[in-house]
Design a binder for this molecule. Structure first.
Ligand SMILES: Cc1cc2nc3c(=O)[nH]c(=O)nc-3n(C[C@H](O)[C@H](O)[C@H](O)COP(=O)(O)OP(=O)(O)OC[C@H]3O[C@@H](n4cnc5c(N)ncnc54)[C@H](O)[C@@H]3O)c2cc1C
Length: 504
């Protein structure tokens, strides 16, 4: 039995675990991060096929101009030099194709308004009001502006208790415009009458300010954070699945690994999905009511992704993201029945080098409910059988047929492809049913669907996309909230802003 003493053990090295590891080791805590996969990063992982690197869960990021929120956080996290970026088209970083009509989201608030006014000249006031409200909502959160926290850390209750569709309907009566404003909902797997306004507002405000691809893959973020953690004296164990969180009568004492090793620490942070974390805890310290509440929470939908390698110089690089909806009602994307034709998708070229001219690779992501792969639920990666491979191939061929409608001739540009299903995500990140963004926030049950970083065990905390919000910004801010349990939130904000002030 290996015995070891750490201040804090962090379970999982997704973005949340790595950012916690960075903040805490920078502040002198002796941390150990434990990851089940060989590769660190969770959704920041990449994989290589046919000589090309593919992202799995971080395709584009926002607010990376000097002074903007993610740039300030990246500076603090020492990521600026290690994560090369390429700016998406400022005249249209997101192109939406809805019922055969195309619309563009342009960078910068004024530019954004002008871009949409081309299609909606009589709704200028509505679009202005929409943009104004986005900024107001984003400004209202001290945390998302790195302001010192006094009475509240999060967001005004009104924005938690109204749905995105009600919010959008309150700024415009134009049905077509309502759908265009909701048109990037796959970025948060929005659900009509459920997803709270603040999720939409924070994400759109984030991307409208500036939108970027990571050159060469999102694993650069994970690798850089891991390097910094080690430089601060932290340790990282990969290929080491946690199989049990061991407790005594009052607290967690240690973790058990798949290889049988037992490691102790004073405190523990789980970056593993809360429902999976509970499965690792066999203790009466977690009351049945808490277990039931967490386990009953629904998760966002999962996805099927087609990873494409293009023939050399076959198709020009598209410097924008393409959201496709066959119908005018974008919310119907959620209603697709198992096996029914694909009605909506997100298509993105990957950026391998600065000023890219030709596309090397692309990803096409469509929603897929877990029930579509349910019959292979008991299988593991690489051992799911030929009928699963046939299912993947048939789905991929259908995807390419649908893609052809928007990009005629694209099939002939494809050299090879790979695919992933909800099972792939479930098995690589231990997210329930391969859910894209974890637990669904519901404006009808705002407090019940908000998971705290604190658990019922005093020295066990949570981090990651389920405790604040998902995505690069939501998870990074959430990690700061978790670390605040050890350092105080204002100290962390001071440190981040101090770093910005110090280096400007
Ligand atoms: C298809 C897709 C596209 C996305 N695109 C974007 C995007 O373009 N921009 C953006 O900002 N966000 C995007 N996101 C969201 C973003 O990737 C996630 O919100 C974020 O990376 C989640 O980080 P996390 O720390 O919560 O958890 P995860 O990344 O899920 O990490 C959890 C970690 O815990 C490990 N783990 C699990 N169980 C165990 C165990 N028992 N023992 C040890 N380790 C364990 C896992 O292996 C994993 O490394 C996308 C997500 C998906 C799925």
């Amino acid at each position: 039995m290996t015995r070891n003493q750490y201040d804090i053990i962090i379970l999982g090295t997704g973005l949340g675990g790595l950012v916690c590891g960075y903040i805490l080791s920078k502040n002198g805590f002796k941390v150990l991060l434990v990851e089940k996969n060989k590769q660190l990063g969770g959704c920041l992982q990449t994989f290589k096929r046919f000589g090309v690197k593919f992202d799995t869960g971080m395709h584009y990021i926002g607010s990376m101009e000097e002074g903007q929120i993610l740039h300030r956080l990246f500076r603090y996290l020492n990521l600026l030099n290690d994560v090369p970026l390429s700016r998406l088209d400022e005249n249209g970083y997101d192109i939406l194709s809805i019922a055969g009509e195309q619309y563009r989201y342009a960078s910068g608030y004024e530019h954004f308004v002008e871009g949409l006014c081309e299609k909606f000249p009589y709704n200028r006031d509505d679009i202005n009001e929409y943009v104004h409200q986005l900024q107001e909502i984003a400004q209202a959160s001290p945390l998302y502006n790195l302001r010192k926290v006094e009475d509240h850390v999060f967001i005004e209750a009104d924005y938690i208790k109204t749905s995105i569709n009600d919010f959008i309907a309150s700024v415009t009566h134009n049905y077509q415009l309502q759908n265009v404003l909701a048109g990037n909902l796959p970025l948060y797997a929005g659900v009509k009458d459920k997803t709270p306004t603040y999720i939409h507002a924070l994400i759109n405000n984030f991307y409208i300010q500036s939108a970027w691809r990571i050159i060469g893959g999102s694993d650069a973020i994970a690798n850089s954070l891991a390097k910094s953690i080690r430089n601060f004296g932290g340790e990282i164990l990969n290929d080491s699945e946690v199989t049990e969180i061991v407790c005594d009568d009052t607290k967690v004492t240690g973790i058990r690994l798949k290889n049988g090793n037992y490691i102790e620490a004073n405190s523990f942070i789980s970056n593993i999905h809360p429902q999976a974390t509970l499965n690792l805890l066999n203790t009466n310290l977690i009351r049945k009511a808490y277990r039931t509440r967490i386990n009953d929470l629904d998760n966002t939908i999962a996805n099927f992704t087609l990873y494409i390698k293009f023939k050399e110089k076959a198709t020009p690089y598209l410097n924008y993201n393409y959201f496709y909806y066959q119908q005018d009602d974008v919310w119907k994307a959620n209603d697709r029945k198992a096996g029914a034709p694909l009605q909506s998708y997100l298509f993105m070229h990957q950026c391998a080098e600065p000023n890219q001219q030709w596309a090397q690779s692309a990803e096409m992501i469509g929603y897929m409910k877990f029930e579509e792969v349910q019959k292979w639920a008991d299988t593991t990666v690489g051992h799911r059988g030929n009928d699963y491979l046939d299912f993947k191939q048939a789905t991929a061929e259908h995807y390419i047929d649908v893609l052809e409608k928007s990009f005629p001739g694209i099939r002939s540009c494809i050299e090879s492809y790979e695919t992933s299903t909800p099972l792939t995500y479930r098995d690589y990140t231990a997210t329930k049913d391969g859910s894209m963004y974890g637990i669904i926030r519901d404006k009808n049950f705002p407090t019940q669907t908000l998971v705290s970083q604190r658990t019922k065990i005093p020295n066990l905390f949570l981090t990651g996309q389920n405790i604040n919000s998902h995505g690069i910004l939501g998870v990074t801010i959430g990690a700061a909230l978790t670390c605040a349990e050890f350092l105080g939130l204002n100290k962390i904000i001071d440190e981040i802003e101090g770093d910005v002030r110090g280096k400007m």
